[in-house]
Write a protein that binds this ligand. Structure first.
Ligand code: SF4
Length: 284
């Protein structure tokens, strides 16, 4: 095992031993290294119900009340552990930790305490020298709350922290929004939220490309034409597009119908987007 991975597994053990509720270290394919996740929904509640969601026991429901001092203590303990142990491997936190990411087992921005949690991170990081801070702060979001003034204000704060947003778009039309995300939100309204977000903070669109077996046919989502048409107006506004396949099995009862596409399909999507001037990263 390489040393960076060994350190990650040691940190995971610390998280388990100390029974962290809100902070979870993860080795992230898309962040390309260690990500310190912040989970504001340990109750596994989300306002969407994506067919590929990897959250076990996912349900709709209210956000739980966050014990903010506990969240702060857990994040402090995590960063302190890294600051203490990384020098032995000649690593700095700023190089080793790719992000602090608001993600977790539900949509972070639906928590009434999301802004407070973001401020908590901001304050904690402001007390640390640059080498002891993770590379960036990220919000991984389904984007559903971006029409709200409170969320937009938080995006302004995130921008001031030089953070970025990964904004979910898995659909090329209304029907796919419903089928893939169970979002009950027209695509046009979702795109308005993307517009608001991208005007406030650097934003990447993140898209799960998948195939489903429907009546013995393989259906690919998002449908490429509709997806490109939806994104075309944002070419100058977004940082780029993260195209990814489903790496871990869905924990939803739709699991059996989902298939992971070949790399060649992802590459075809990427090529079509790149031909239209988009910056694209592929994670197969
Ligand atoms: S938005 Fe994220 S947490 Fe919510 S259902 Fe979709 S994949 Fe799961």
């Amino acid at each position: 095992m390489t040393q960076p991975l060994a350190l990650f597994h040691s940190l995971r053990q610390v998280a388990e031993q100390q029974d962290w509720q809100y902070i979870y270290p993860v080795w992230s394919r898309r962040a390309q290294g260690l990500s310190i996740g912040i989970n504001l929904h340990p109750n596994h509640c989300c306002n969407w119900h994506c067919i590929y969601c990897q959250v076990p026991g996912l349900q709709r429901g209210a956000s739980p009340e966050i014990d903010m001092p506990r969240l702060q203590d857990e994040l402090t303990a995590c960063l302190d552990w890294l600051t203490e142990h990384l020098p032995a491997a000649s690593l700095a936190v700023s190089d080793y930790v790719q992000d602090i990411a608001f993600a977790g087992d539900g949509e972070p921005t639906t928590s009434p305490q999301f802004s407070a949690a973001l401020s908590c991170v901001q304050q904690l990081l402001s007390q640390k020298p640059e080498a002891d801070r993770p590379a960036r702060v990220r919000l991984i979001t389904n984007g559903s709350q971006m029409h709200l003034a409170t969320t937009q204000q938080a995006m302004h704060v995130l921008q001031q922290m030089e953070g970025e947003v990964w904004f979910k778009l898995d659909a090329g039309n209304d029907a796919e929004m419903l089928t893939v995300n169970d979002a009950r939100l027209p695509l046009s309204l979702h795109l308005q939220r993307l517009k608001a977000c991208s005007q406030l903070c650097p934003t990447w669109v993140q898209t799960a490309v998948m195939q489903r077996r429907v009546e013995n046919k393989l259906v690919t989502t998002p449908s490429l034409d509709g997806y490109i048409e939806a994104l075309q107006p944002f070419k100058e506004n977004i940082a780029g597009i993260l195209l990814y396949s489903i790496a871990r099995a869905s924990q939803q009862d739709t699991q059996a119908s989902i298939q992971t596409p070949d790399l060649s399909l992802l590459q075809r999507y990427a090529a079509a987007l790149q031909a239209r001037g988009f910056n694209v990263r592929v994670f197969a």
